[in-house]
Design a protein. Structure first.
Length: 401
């Protein structure tokens, strides 16, 4: 069994799920900049809503320590995983990779021999550029294919492991192969497809995979728009299509638009990476997501104009059920569109500390919220809405994300 001393920068879904996976057989130090997160992990409590992460922290024997200090852990590390945020900057038309570079610089300042594994999503060609910038070949790119709320599960049962290394560098390739073995040993699934390629190709795998998922979400959303506008049952059309094994049943549940941390920014970054290359589908999927949210807002406004249910209640700001993540949630864009039209809004969001969100009253009590709202808008339907389902507007057919 392989083992290593590993440091993980970042305690989001990617970083924490990797830290837990690897700490089953290796000593892992997780580094963050927020004391509360560090304290929770050391107390074996999860700062994230993720069933498997909560279970493993509570019940498994993990060699895992969280800290704010990077110096000493990095000095002794064989592998350093960087899983820091790379948000899309609309002004620069590019991912903000400053947190990745900050982590690389911290590592190289104390340890030039460690292998740095970038798991943050980056533009195509980024890893090769930072190798040149920092004059080291020890930077590897290994993309993650994780769902928010199921990040550790997807590490325990991965669809594949992809690792990008410098071309024709046997030493780094051997280090990458060892790292792949560490991931395989931590997983429950056997016979995991494992691919080694150039880093730029691995970066493209990540962006094209997420953009394909966005295309699929957008396709079924546009199907649902057509069906609703024509008075048809979306579920009948979708089921008739998806029984074709070439199409399948994944990512076919209509929503208010794709959202979350990955798909919105990754599609925009891939579009930027095309630059002057010919394309139409990538820009179309970005535009489709905008159109879907505009359509949803118009449908809600149409109900308000009937005059019987003026107050619109937004049920949860989260991107999906069983999540605490508001990042790029499609419902927030719908809220902005409704506010622009002067629609009176209230929100139910029990995880918010504030009683207001962008000037809108926030309820923490579900019954008070139900009484206040004439229409309840829910991107994802849950059983606690059963008693008021006659006033719920949702496009959630299958009651799943």
């Amino acid at each position: 069994m392989e083992s290593a001393n590993i440091v993980v920068f970042g305690i989001g879904y990617v970083g924490l799920s990797n830290a837990i996976l690897l700490s089953q057989h290796n000593h892992v130090t997780a580094i963050d900049v927020i004391q509360d997160k560090v304290d929770m992990i050391n107390a074996r409590k999860s700062p994230l809503v993720d069933k498997e992460i909560i279970d493993y922290l509570s019940n498994k024997n993990l060699d895992l320590t969280a800290t704010l200090d990077y110096d000493e852990p990095c000095r002794n590390a064989e592998y350093v995983i960087i899983a820091t945020p790379t948000n899309y900057d609309p002004e620069k038309n590019y991912f903000d990779t400053s947190s990745v570079e900050d982590a690389i610089e911290k590592v190289l300042a104390v340890n030039t021999k460690a292998y740095i594994v970038v798991k943050s999503t980056v533009p195509v060609g980024y890893t090769e550029n930072v190798r040149k910038k920092y004059k080291t070949s020890n930077i590897i790119f290994s993309p993650e294919f994780l769902r928010e709320g199921h990040a550790l599960y997807d590490n325990l049962y991965p669809s594949r492991i992809v690792i990008g290394t410098p071309k024709n560098n046997l030493r780094v390739l051997e280090a990458a192969q060892k790292f792949a073995l560490l991931l395989q040993e931590g997983a429950i699934k056997d016979n995991i497809p494992t691919l080694f390629m150039q880093s730029t190709e691995a970066e493209a795998v990540k962006l094209f995979a997420n953009t394909y998922l966005a295309v699929r979400v957008s396709y079924f959303n546009e199907l649902d728009t057509y069906a609703e506008a024509k008075g048809l049952d979306s579920s009948h059309i979708i089921e008739g299509m998806c029984l074709d094994p070439r199409i399948g049943k994944n990512y076919n549940n209509p929503s208010f638009g794709y959202g979350g941390y990955c798909l919105p920014k990754d599609t925009k970054q891939l579009l930027a990476d095309y630059e002057d290359l010919p394309q139409s589908m990538i820009s179309a999927v970005v535009e489709s997501n905008v159109k879907r949210k505009e359509y949803i807002a118009e449908q809600i406004i149409g109900q308000v104009k009937k005059g019987e249910k003026e107050v619109v209640g937004i049920y949860r700001l989260t991107m999906k059920a069983n999540s605490d993540n508001f990042r790029q949630a499609s419902i927030i864009d719908v809220i902005h569109l409704l506010k622009e039209k002067g629609v009176e809004l209230v929100i139910y969001e029990p995880t918010l500390k504030s009683d207001e969100f962008e000037g809108i009253k926030v309820f923490k009590d579900i019954n008070e919220f139900k009484n206040a709202a004439g229409i309840i808008v829910a991107n994802r339907y849950v059983d606690e809405l059963n008693d008021v389902q006659d006033k719920v507007y949702t496009r959630d057919i299958y009651r799943e994300d």
